[in-house]
Design a protein around this ligand. Structure first.
Ligand SMILES: *[C@@H]1O[C@H](CO)[C@@H](O)[C@H](O)[C@H]1NC(C)=O
Ligand SMILES: *[C@@H]1O[C@H](CO)[C@@H](O)[C@H](O)[C@H]1NC(C)=O
Length: 317
């Protein structure tokens, strides 16, 4: 099928200051992942972008010290469309489509609307890295959500877990809970690739003439022909900062274990009611401050951070 003229892509190309090629796929390597080496790329063929339906391509790559690596569309695990990569034990990887559920294990999606994933050339395990180059035929909608292929702020989630190879081609393999997660947004208008084909390997036709591959590890960006901007990825702050969590814990412990008992002792020691009262009032104020921090933490946890990825599940739906 021939793609109709794509004005969005034309504008993007114009904005690239004379670069005739499209922006190319976006790439994001969460800084909280091991050595920042867990990377996720997404490319939307111009034909899919203009019709808001059809194939998109994504890549997961990670060190083999990780047991599994997940990518998903949506703002949280609940209702998300998840793609999980793990080693197949034969030098390649397994890519498993799963439906994210809240507080229970995500299930292998075997329904009629199941996500249509195909593992492509360039996938495999090599040099301590595992890579999945994937075509998704229907990622614009799934049972539980939708993602416009024209979105300038599509929501994505990521998760990973360290551990030995699962070594299975079973797409319903049991997975243990994640070590860490990330949330980010992709401006899909900056992820447009020209041809409806695997953008993560050099194609014979050479679509776009950009820096090409970008499928190798290490470097940031990987958006061919872009002048050092962020490549359309916005990191979404998820979870409370470690400082806030520490402050909450330290202040609470101090108030209850030290200040209150000390304040109580002031009465028999000094016999001055105002000293006792003032001391306890300060302790009391500190307690409420720490309580406020606790609420902030709880809000941030439940708003953005998904509580549990999985404990285990079976293939039976
Ligand atoms: C992994 O599987 C894909 C899909 O079958 C294939 O294209 C690719 O070449 C395989 N990689 C290796 C290293 O065998
Ligand atoms: C790549 O660039 C070269 C020189 O800039 C040009 O001659 C060639 O046609 C381009 N190829 C494609 C596929 O755009």
């Amino acid at each position: 099928m021939k793609a109709p003229f794509n004005s969005r892509a034309a504008i993007a190309a114009f904005l690239c200051a004379g670069t005739p090629s499209l922006a190319g796929f976006t790439k994001y390597c969460p800084s909280n992942s091991p050595s920042s080496q867990v990377c996720y790329s997404v490319g939307v063929p111009s034909a899919s972008a203009s019709t808001n339906t059809g194939n998109i391509y994504f890549q997961l790559s990670a060190p083999t010290t990780l047991q599994w690596v997940a990518l998903g569309t949506g703002t949280g695990m609940s209702g998300s469309n998840m793609f999980i990569m793990y080693q197949d034990g034969a030098g390649n990887v397994t890519i498993s489509p799963r439906k994210g559920t809240f507080h229970t294990e995500p299930k292998l999606d075997m329904s009629d609307t199941a996500t249509e994933l195909e593992l492509l050339e360039g996938s495999g395990v090599e040099g301590g890295m595992m890579t999945a180059n994937v075509r998704c035929g229907n990622c614009e909608s799934w049972s539980g959500g939708e993602m416009s292929l024209q979105s300038t702020g599509s929501s994505w989630i990521a998760a990973w877990r360290k551990g030995g190879s699962l070594g299975t081609a079973d797409r319903g393999a049991r997975l243990a809970q994640h070590d860490d997660t990330a949330s980010y947004e992709v401006d899909l208008t900056k992820a447009v690739v020209e041809a409806d084909e695997n953008p993560f390997v050099q194609s014979s036709e050479g679509s776009g003439n950009g820096s090409g591959s970008g499928s190798d590890t290490g470097d940031k960006g990987g958006s061919p022909g872009q002048g050092g901007d962020d490549g359309g990825v916005t990191v979404v702050d998820h979870g409370p900062s470690a400082t806030v969590v520490a402050a909450h814990g330290v202040i609470m412990a101090l108030v209850f274990a030290v200040l209150y008992p000390l304040g109580a002792l002031l009465m028999p020691l000094l016999g001055k009611w105002w000293a006792h009262g003032a001391f306890q009032a300060v302790s009391w104020a500190l307690m409420w401050a720490a309580f406020g921090l606790g609420i902030k933490i709880a809000q941030e946890e439940s708003l953005v951070r998904y509580p549990i990825l999985v404990s285990s599940w079976s293939e039976v739906d």
